[in-house]
Design a binder for this molecule. Sequence first.
Ligand code: DGL
Length: 267
Amino acid sequence: MYNKDKTQNINSIGFFDSGVGGLSVLARFRKILPQENIIYFGDTLHLPYGNKTKEELIGYAKNILNFFKEKQVKAVVIACNTSSAQAYDTIKNLYQFPIYPIIQSCANVIANSGVKKVGVFATEATVKSGKYKEELTRNNPLIEVKEMASKNWVGIVEGVGDNIEEARKNIKFEIKEMLSFNPDKIILGCTHYPYLMNEFIKYAPQNLFIDPAEIFVDFIKNDLEKRNLLNNSDGGKEEFYVTSSPEDFVKNAKIFYDLKKLPHLYK
Ligand code: DGL
C-alpha cells in the first residue's frame, strides 16, 4: 500500500506520453501547480501508440513506470489516452505511488456536465478499447457516445508516417462525419489533438470541443491535496527524457512548450 513520509512532497511527479501530446496536459498543469518538480517522459521510439497492441502498450507503460520508480517520483500522470485505455487496468496496482489515467480521471465530470450526446475522437487503440464509452456511460447511463478513430492525426503533429498531407485533408471529412451525429460536445480523446485546434475550428466552433486536460489537472490537484502530497516549498524543476530524436521533440513541442534545452535521450 501507499505510504507517505515527509520527504515525498518535494519529490517529482512523472508525466508520460508517446511523444509531445502529454505536453498539452503538462502546460496546463504548470499554470496551476508551478512549484511542482516534474519529470516528463516521451516514448518517441514507439510512436504512435495508437496502432500498438495491448501487450505492447502494457510493456511500454511498465518500463516507463519502472524508470519513474527509480527516480523516486511521488506520483505518475498518464498524459496519454491510449495508455490509460489499454495499460492502466493492468499496471494500476503494481506501484506504491498514485497513478492518474486521463480517461478514468475525467469521465465523471464530463458525463455529468449536462451533455446528452458526446463524440470522441481518439486513436485506433483507444477506440478499440471502448474505454470512453464505458467510463462515460458508467457515470451517466443516459449518455449517447460515438467514438471515432482519427486517421494519423498524431502523425501530423509528430511529423511521422507517409500520408501526412492526406491526413490533414481528411480532417474535414472526419469532423463532418462526427457532426452528422449531432453531438453536444466532442472530446479530444488523444493528448496530441489540441495541437490541431487551428485545423478543427475551420469546420466546427471551438466551444464544441472538450480538451480533457483542464478537468484532468483539477482532478490531480485535488487528489494530491487530499493525500497531503503537494509541494509547498521552492521547486518547479523540469527534466525531459525521450527514447529517440530529441531535436524533433523540441520542434514538435513548440505550440505547448518552449523547451530551452534538448531532452535527455533515454536508452
Ligand atoms: N497522445 C497519446 C494519446 O493520448 C498517444 C497517441 C499516439 O501515440 O498514437 O492517446
